[in-house]
Write a protein that binds this ligand. Sequence first.
Ligand SMILES: *Cc1c(COP(=O)(O)O)cnc(C)c1O
Length: 381
Amino acid sequence: MTETPGRVRAEIDLAALRANVRALRARAPRAAYMAVMKADAYGHGMLPCAKAALQAGATWLGTATPQEALALRAAGIGVDDARVMCWLWTPGGPWRAAIEADIDLGVSGMWALRELTAAARAAGRTARVQLKIDTGLGRNGCMPADWPELVEACLKAQAEGTVKVTGIWSHYACADEPGHPSIALQSAEFADALRHAEEAGLTPEVRHIANSPAILTLPETHYDLVRGGIATYGISPSPDLGVPADFGLRPVMSLKASLALVKHVPAGLGVSYGHHYVTAEPTTLGLVPVGYGDGLPRQASGSGPVLVAGKVRTVAGRLAMDQFVVDLHGDEPAVGDEAVLFGPGDRGEPTAEDWARAAGTIGYEIVTRIGTRVPRVYVNE
Ligand SMILES: *Cc1c(COP(=O)(O)O)cnc(C)c1O
């Protein structure tokens, strides 16, 4: 991929990412910082973002899948550079490769412990295991009723040297809704699970439950390690909590395109598939060459915002696979002029959160879905 302006590009501001990590670490001063890198760093590009996060003081990198964790190691993130943890396993692993790459393995059930102890024995290595308790998210994690069995089995595996329990952890369901009653219930359940495990004889190096909203609003949940995902990328976990600037955060990704066409059209012209937009008067139209094939939500048809020639315009009619149209109401920018779909927002451009609102989704989904057809251009490395 070239780095000329081109059709479309996602500019990734690594100085903003580093500043975000520092701001988040300052909010959790006694905890280590895990920068969550899953889904290609929420669409920002895993390796450059991982390196920037480590430069800013993160000491852990988190991924969902083992493939993502192994990719970090394969790209040169060594054991002295960062602890790497992943938590979304399915039968077959790859357990042995992860153990040999010194990855911390999130474990939610007996099936996983059985598979990984067999792999550790075969490798002649000790697997680092992080036990996950389901404190009330109702997703992955060991149910409290099954916790004693999992803890017992870990103690046994630890005694034979196949396993070392390095962490105990959980995940909130509603940390982005301050005061939600589930938060206190999950916190209490987590404390119970920790007490049980420690009384049984486990000595986890890190206990962790805080995601981005908990880092920002629930200091009592920080424990030894916090897992910062969306906030690392400068996006607020929820508009109800505030905008990024309220937390000293700055959006890392800007999505920019070059106008592919500007033309004069008469009144009454149907625009794009289905003719859901019809020009009210003679006007100018601009063609923005980005579409749902690049990860934009088609639900933003008729509502997605874009800054063109100093004004925020709205997607006119349907957003298509590769392109959409804006009514420029007589403005005549040049073909090739910049159209900013989203960015930090301080130069008049919309934000990813604005696209989320336009499409009825969350900022997480807007940045994460930006596709492989969009080159990432790293600035402020
Ligand atoms: C994605 C994820 C996170 C990060 O969540 P954010 O809300 O983006 O901070 C933390 N922990 C787990 C287990 C996750 O899956």
